[in-house]
Design a protein around this ligand. Structure first.
Ligand SMILES: [Zn+2]
Length: 510
């Protein structure tokens, strides 16, 4: 059918009627009652014509409850409405395809008790879905609230919503403004949902041969699932996939003071380059040098290392190392290091230097935390952002939003045509403080290097000098890093360079 009536959706028709009624909205009580009766009649007629279920509009919103605040929870709390005003959350946005909670705070203006039904309407491309919660509400000075659980499929990029309170027993009550947001005279409110992406991690369990133990970090299915759940709770993504690689034999020392972690990280970078995964895969080397975490870490220790990854395009730098013990409290090191690999700096608690833009004092969360896996809420005054060194850890609204931006940027990178890219052979130069720099492995780089260009003086055996361009990669929590240099440019040459202020000279490599 092509008639105008048949192609107008039920919702559009409802809006037409509400637009027509809007000028009457400010009139006083007597006229107001007539108006309400007229609206009810008009809606009933509209519903009869529409041949769709239309029961909701016939239940008028109560007028003796005031909606004071509405927020959404998908890991961090984002306020959407405060005292009838729309709020745009400053740091993050609701995410499509991620479960959560819609939280509604209200105040009862009556005496006694009412049986009230809170109604959440969600408008999606496929139509309107409704969730209802029945509550016995009484006058109280305490904040009262209802929580609507949101399934991942409830939130799409176009989703808008409306919250209304109706009396469970039928007719409206009270004389104030209707308990609805936005008012039924206005279109439903956009949730401004954003598309996110998935997090893909390849876990490399390190086999520690230095002390002869051959101890392999915990990468069993139970620990991997715990790690996956923790990432999914705290990272603003729609899924987390963790694969486990072959154990990496490691015969060098890995000290609790951080010595040797840089060499291991460089090896993970080289492994990633050799394996040529897709651009969005994060490599995570897990090590356990002792039987228990307590045996590794006394009062203070270094639990991981990552590169300083400034841009989403730096795929070859998506590598980190962290302690990997069965004890779940050590898992947050992995979240912290992969946070650095997402470009995150430290949050200001327990660290020597931190992100100057971090908005909350002492690495506080800024808003309430929420675990989708356990349905537990986290007090923003008692928890710290996981990019700090303070415990207990959750994620702040600021970090959640910044991670979301990086996830979106990584998802937007063009999908590489692996077979069509010709890798270029690069030589790693491991830049270390105190004159301990050395040549690292050769590795094939399937994309243009994204490190900061660095000028290198190269001298051939016959004394001929050339200037070679290398690419610099610095560590996040440690001085030094490495440079990648085209292998042919430095073959059989002595090189001199300045790496973050340190003068480095290395003899010929072969
Ligand atoms: Zn750190």
């Amino acid at each position: 059918m092509n008639s105008l009536t048949s192609i107008l959706s039920h919702r559009e028709r409802e809006h037409e009627i509400k637009r027509f009624m809007a000028p009457f909205a400010e009139q006083h009580n007597g006229q107001d009652k007539m108006r309400r009766a007229f609206v009810r009649l008009t809606l009933l007629l509209a519903c009869a014509r529409a041949a769709v279920s239309c029961s909701t509009p016939t239940r008028e919103s109560v007028r003796d409850i005031a909606l004071t605040r509405i927020s959404i929870q998908q890991g961090v709390e984002l306020t959407l409405m405060q005292d009838a005003h729309e709020i745009t959350p400053p740091y993050a946005a609701p995410i499509a395809g991620r479960s959560g909670v819609l939280h509604v705070e209200f105040e009862a203006l009556f005496t006694g008790t009412h049986d009230v039904t809170a109604v959440l309407e969600l408008d999606n491309a496929g139509g309107t879905s409704t969730k209802e919660l029945v509550r016995k509400v009484y006058r109280s000075n305490l904040a009262q609230s209802v929580n609507f659980e949101l399934a991942a499929s409830d939130l799409q990029e176009t989703t808008s919503f409306r919250v209304r309170f109706v009396n469970t027993e039928g007719a409206s009550s009270g004389e104030g403004a209707p308990a609805e947001y936005p008012p039924t005279t206005a279109p439903s409110a956009s949730l401004k949902v954003q598309k996110s992406g998935s997090l893909r991690i390849k876990l490399i369990p390190v086999r520690y041969d230095y002390d002869g133990s051959g101890r392999v970090a915990d990468s069993g299915p139970v620990h991997v699932e715990e790690l996956r759940t923790r990432f999914l709770d705290l990272y603003p993504v729609t899924s987390v996939a963790i694969t486990v690689g072959e154990p990496l034999p490691w015969s060098k020392n890995l000290s609790p003071n951080g010595d040797g972690h840089d060499d291991l990280l460089d090896a993970i970078v080289a492994l990633r380059a050799q394996e040529r995964p897709e651009d969005d895969v994060y490599y995570l080397g897990l090590f356990a040098t002792t039987a228990t975490y307590a045996g590794y870490c006394g009062k203070k220790c270094t639990t991981g290392l990552s590169l300083r990854v400034k841009h989403a395009s730096q795929a070859e730098s998506r590598a980190s190392v962290a302690v990997g013990y069965a004890e779940t409290r050590t898992m947050d090191t992995s979240l912290h290091e992969i946070g650095h690999a997402h470009g995150r700096e430290h949050a200001p608690c327990g660290v020597t230097s931190s992100d100057a833009a971090y908005p909350h004092e002492k690495a506080r969360l800024g808003s309430q935390g929420y675990s989708a896996s356990t349905k537990v809420f986290y007090d923003p005054a008692l928890n710290y952002d996981f990019m700090s060194y303070c415990d207990p850890a959750w994620v702040s609204d600021y970090t959640f939003g910044a991670l979301l931006t990086r996830v979106q940027e990584v998802a937007a990178l063009s999908v590489p045509q692996q077979g069509l890219r010709l890798p270029r052979q690069m030589r790693m130069l491991q830049a270390r403080p105190h004159g301990t720099s050395k040549w690292g492995p050769k590795l094939p780089l399937a994309q243009a290097p994204t490190g900061d260009p660095i000028s290198i003086d190269a001298t051939a055996p016959d004394g001929l000098k050339t200037i070679v361009v290398g690419y610099k990669y610095s560590y996040q929590d440690r001085t030094g890093g490495y440079a990648l240099i085209p292998s042919d440019d430095v073959k059989n040459k002595t090189v001199t360079l300045d790496f973050d202020g340190a003068k480095i000279t290395l003899d010929r490599e072969n």
